[in-house]
Ligand binder design. Structure first.
Ligand code: WT7
Length: 650
């Protein structure tokens, strides 16, 4: 990882918060931030205990933290609560009852709003519909849906009856969906007939049907009628959402869940093997997302808040659903693509709905830049107060464009570093206090003991590149990997002997204490902020009939941050052709989904290996990026392979 970390950009521009923003911010001075950070680290029990008491509990917790079974944390021990009460009922029983919870706009332009009272009704109806089909506390329910209000309702309805959800991104294939349903032991699926995406209908129910041919435990499929595409129907298993809800009672008593009961599983890719089901429980997750949403976005009751992430990813869970709703926010939900029917779609939505807070990904920002400023300047963005970025390191050029073109140099930008595993934002500016620097996620959030360490776990000095670790447990941390405690310990804790959580990222901390995340140091690839492991794509590739061996590496890409570059060796008698390339693409799309389609496939007679047979991905990375290999090649078994691979570059 050495050279990667040495290459960190030398960015010197900095932007303190404006006096206007600071004057109204929840946290206005560095002294207050420092004091709160200190308390959260030195005295987590009092800090988090106080925060936790701001959300409604059905039974108070007895202890804030039990770390005696480390690395398996228990937060708010003995407490009972229900996530749907935290996100919905508490607001219905307050002045917010008539406040808009969700503002929805479909890709074709259809609109709908749901107040907190209306949301409660929908959640209760669907919770009863789930119960009527035998789904109960302790079950797992897969959700494979578009970005429509029903997806939020489905998640909260599961929570209400004590069933955990496992949301699978709608862009994943039937095979990927099947694997996740099986691994999680899901017994029901919630889906839609289809979704409107890029001016066409993206069929979802047919994917579910295909996935379920191998999932005998799934006995119920709830289908939202959205796109009215033709679908097939299995009468004993399938039920229309609207029919089930029409006959369901409108009240449903929430289950009193233990603070440590499973709230959801969310699958994500690691450096090896199959995707892992990240385990998040109820109390700590809600407390973490509640506080971070409030502080990082400096959220106000009057705000209209829009995080553009799909609920299929952790950002959608934490910052579309649980965090904002726990705070009683008004949340924008948009179904479609940012450039359909035109490249100014997002800005049109911001103007129409008077959005105040906008949270998106660097890859999206780079697309907007590419599409041209004229699509932005047509719209009135004066409602915007704050901007956010998440998912991958943001390049300073995109950061500056975002600030000028979208924020008109008035809005602070919060570049938030976190992970599926961390559950909530970990390193981030606080918009009223932090002087931001393009490309830096700046400083740790409350309760986060982040550090940069070397191979031995020794903390490094300013600007020395090393491993990013977290040294203390935090409320929204993962509680494990579903069904595989060993892998949990192995992946996140073993590297530093159980002392630190290892995030998998390389980073440095500058002389002002700001973190600069360089990126993954393992084999995780980030394409448009989505996580894939090279192994996962490789195993999809080698299951193609013509491929005998494959190695997948990331290469830098101007738009998507990283792109998947595959090196494949074909079987005897097979030769490269455009048809073969198309069939390889189709195969990966079938196995994983469109999101994992390789940007580049290079055919080669052999792959560079060490004498012990390990593929030297480092060399392939250099070749994919088109740079000269400067690293050590002395362990390479057959030098001619490198030369041949280079010849294939045109
Ligand atoms: C990985 C986690 C967190 C929700 C979305 C991604 C990278 C994420 C940043 C950022 C630099 C970032 C890291 C991390 N990452 N945010 N602001 N700056 N890198 O969640 O799919 O679990 O991926 O995304 O490499 O480890 P995820």
């Amino acid at each position: 990882m050495g050279d990667q970390i040495e290459n960190v950009l030398h960015e010197t521009r900095s932007f303190p918060p404006s006096a206007e923003f600071r004057a109204d911010a929840r946290i206005k001075t560095d002294a207050v931030y420092e004091r709160m950070l200190r308390e959260s680290l030195d005295n987590p029990e009092s800090f988090w205990g106080r925060v936790a008491r701001e959300i409604p509990w059905m039974k108070p917790f007895e202890r804030v933290l039990d770390w005696s079974k480390a690395p398996f944390a228990q937060w708010f021990v003995g407490g009972k609560l229900n996530a749907s009460v935290v996100c919905v009922d508490q607001h219905v029983n307050s002045v917010r009852s008539g406040k808009r919870a969700i503002i929805f706009e479909g890709e074709p332009g259809d609109r709908r709003t749901l107040t907190y009272t209306e949301l409660q009704l929908e959640v209760c109806r669907f919770a009863n519909a789930l119960k009527a089909r035998g789904i109960k506390r302790g079950d797992r329910v897969a959700i494979y849906m578009p970005m429509i209000p029903e997806v939020v309702v489905a998640m909260l309805a599961c929570a209400r009856i004590g069933a955990a959800h496992s949301v699978v991104f709608g862009g994943f294939s039937a095979v990927a969906l099947r694997d996740r349903i099986k691994d999680g032991g899901c017994t029901a699926v919630v889906t839609a007939d289809g979704s409107f995406r890029r001016g066409a209908v993206l069929a979802l129910k047919p994917q579910v049907d295909e996935a379920l041919t191998e999932c005998p435990d799934v006995h119920a499929v709830f289908v939202v009628q959205r796109a009215k595409n033709q679908i097939s129907w299995l009468a004993r298993r399938d039920v229309w959402w609207h029919e089930a809800c029409a006959v369901a009672p409108s009240e449903c008593a929430p289950e009193a869940m233990d603070s440590e009961d499973l709230l959801f599983l969310l699958y994500t890719s690691g450096s090896t093997g199959k995707p892992k089901g990240i385990v998040h429980t109820t109390g700590g997750y809600l407390v973490g997302t509640y506080l971070s949403t409030q502080m990082v976005f400096d959220l106000r009751d009057e705000d209209v808040y829009w995080c553009t992430a799909d609920v299929g990813w952790i950002t959608g869970h934490s910052y579309v659903v649980y965090g904002p709703l726990a705070n009683g926010a008004t949340v924008m939900l948009y179904e479609g693509a940012p450039n359909t029917p035109h490249a100014g779609r997002f800005w049109e939505l911001i103007e129409r709905h008077r959005i105040n807070i906008f949270y998106t990904a660097p890859t999206a920002i780079r697309s907007f830049m590419r599409w041209g400023d004229e699509h932005v300047t047509k719209y009135d963005l004066s409602s915007l107060r704050l901007l956010g970025s998440v998912g991958e390191p943001i390049n300073p050029e995109a950061w500056i464009w975002y600030r000028k073109m979208i924020g008109k140099e008035l809005c602070p930008i919060v570049d938030t570093w976190w992970q599926t595993e961390t559950g909530s934002i970990m390193i981030t500016p606080l918009p009223g206090v932090t002087t931001t620097k393009p490309g830096s996620a700046t400083r740790p959030f409350f309760g986060v003991d982040a550090a940069i360490v070397d191979e031995q776990g020794v903390e490094l000095g300013p600007n020395e590149g090393g491993f990013l670790v977290i040294r203390k447990p935090w409320p929204s941390m993962l509680r494990g990997i579903w069904g595989d405690s060993e892998r949990y310990i192995e992946t996140y804790w073993k590297k530093f002997g159980g002392r630190f959580y290892f995030a998998g990222d390389g980073a440095r901390r500058d002389e002002h204490g700001c973190f600069w995340i360089v990126g993954r140091i393992d084999d995780v690839i980030k394409v448009s902020g989505h996580r894939f492991s090279s192994m996962e794509v490789e195993s999809a590739l080698v299951s193609h009939e013509s491929i005998v061996e494959a190695a997948v590496v990331a290469r830098p890409d101007e738009l998507t941050g990283q792109a998947i570059c595959a090196f494949v060796t074909l079987g005897p008698g097979k030769s490269p052709s455009p048809e073969l390339r198309a069939s390889i693409d189709a195969h990966v799309v079938k196995e994983i989904g469109k999101v994992a389609r390789p940007a580049e496939v290079r055919f080669s007679e052999a792959l560079p290996k060490t004498r012990s047979g390990k593929i030297m991905r480092r060399l392939l990375r250099d070749i994919a990026a088109g740079v000269e290999t400067v690293g050590d090649t002395s362990t390479l078994d057959d030098y001619s392979v490198l030369a041949k691979l280079r010849q294939h570059e045109e």
